[in-house]
Design a protein. Structure first.
Length: 433
């Protein structure tokens, strides 16, 4: 049986764990799985909470753990021959900044399993932090909005009472913050210049659902994209508008009707971006979509540069939860961190500056948002991973890939096996070059 290692995270602010102590104890008791836990001073669950697990607390490199579970990217010099690593590798789109890490995994003749690729038969992700990213992203975005409105001197500004997500001890306290904001909106109202106040949600998956869960605490009504231009004035009410694929793009051929599967298959070869027509009605945009270079962008540099000169412009803040660098939001030029979550894109200079001041939109682009609610998000993630751990502990990773006995969901998520790209991911050779 393979020993399971829980790796320490070394990215700033990252304190999540893949398996919480309660679930580790359950696995040890029911399946006799042995754990090795790498010592960490920043883990949301301290060593004392893992104590009765009787697990070794030692560094993982060079140790007995054969299957190593982490959260974020691992250092290039961490990988060892014959070992199996599970984490969010952020390599499946050929992300340039992670190609050296992928090459290190190949060179070390290791195995990489990516949580993001553990899918059911319909392609739905089974192991994810998406809803927690949405919650933290919604909270941070409204906190940043309060700062921006203060800078601009726009009043009333009920959002000024919002604290950073990290300023709350848990989800319960965070929701209390939204309830306080709701009372503030009801009592003092929203800025007249931004009425009607519309918050747009691009996407409707787990990320969007998490963001909407917190937003829905606030006094609001929903408005369809087709009716967004008719949202009535009401300074004590927010409007929520959720956009689906048919609102984001349109067929290049005007004689062709939008078809979702056709769009997924052909992307920009048959479809172009159409979302920018809605931006004049938005004060806040939450980007919650999956994006790759195959698809049109939501907001381009060219559009935002022109739009920013419109004296009737409402847009102030973009919560780029998906955070694809130069992706759906073209001017997301880099990711931020929970300590400095926002930058301003200076439209006249095509560059960004940290903070909420400057001639251009403010962007919240934290790329590890769930770490701002570490205990709750870890517990949720761990519960989804739990059922797969016994198979990982029992699998013989020395066998050829075609003889490897793993559940279909896990086997399909193997990007690299024994130092070779698996068939589904051979396209990454192009990006490695």
């Amino acid at each position: 049986m393979n020993v399971i290692g829980l790796r320490k995270e070394d990215k700033p602010f990252e304190s999540r764990v893949p398996i919480i102590p309660e679930h580790a104890r359950e696995l040890a008791r029911k399946h006799r799985i042995n754990f090795v836990i790498e010592p960490s001073e920043q883990r949301a669950f301290n060593a004392e909470e893992y104590k009765d697990l009787e697990a070794d607390m030692v560094p993982l490199k060079g140790g007995l753990a054969r299957v190593i579970l982490g959260i974020k990217e691992m250092p290039n010099d961490f990988f060892e021959p014959g070992k199996v690593y599970l984490f969010f590798s952020h390599t499946i789109k050929g992300q340039r900044h992670n190609m050296p890490m992928l090459k290190s995994i190949l060179d070390a003749k290791s195995t990489l399993i990516d949580y993001e690729r553990i899918l059911d038969e319909t392609g739905k992700r089974l192991i994810f932090f998406g809803n927690w990213a949405g919650m933290a992203g919604m909270s941070d975005t409204l906190h940043i909005l309060g700062q921006r409105l203060d800078i601009e001197g726009i009043k009333p500004n009920p959002f000024h009472i919002m604290k950073p997500t990290l300023g709350h001890k848990d989800l319960h306290e965070l929701k209390d913050g939204f309830k306080a904001l709701a009372k503030q909106i009801e009592s003092e109202g929203l800025p007249r210049s931004l009425d009607p106040f519309v918050v747009g949600f691009a996407g409707y998956g787990n990320v969007s659902k998490g963001a909407q869960e917190l937003f829905d605490i606030l006094p609001h009504e929903s408005v369809n994209p087709e009716q967004i231009h008719k949202a009535p004035h009401n300074r004590h009410l927010l409007y929520k508008c959720v956009f689906r694929e048919e609102h984001l793009v349109e067929p290049i051929d005007a004689q062709v009707k939008f078809n979702l599967q056709d769009y997924y298959e052909h992307g920009t070869t048959k479809y172009r971006g159409a979302f920018e027509r809605y931006i004049p009605y938005l004060t806040v945009l939450m980007n919650c979509i999956y994006w790759s270079e195959k698809y049109p962008r939501l907001v381009t540099k060219e559009f935002i540069s022109t739009h920013w000169s419109d004296k009737h412009r409402k847009l102030r803040v973009i919560g780029d939860i998906s955070c694809d660098i130069e992706g759906a939001i073209e001017f997301t030029l880099e990711a931020t961190n929970p300590g400095e979550p926002a930058f301003t894109y200076l439209v006249n200079e095509d560059r960004i500056v940290t903070g909420v001041s400057g001639h251009g939109p403010v962007v919240m682009a934290v790329d590890n948002l769930p770490c701002e609610l570490p205990r709750e998000s870890s517990a949720s993630f761990s519960s989804t991973l739990l059922k797969f751990v016994p198979a990982l502990a029992n699998a013989d990773f020395t066998l050829p890939f075609d003889r490897l006995d793993l559940p279909r969901e896990l086997k399909d998520a193997i990007i690299v096996y024994q130092g070779q790209l698996t068939k589904n991911y051979e396209y990454l050779k192009h990006h490695l070059q």
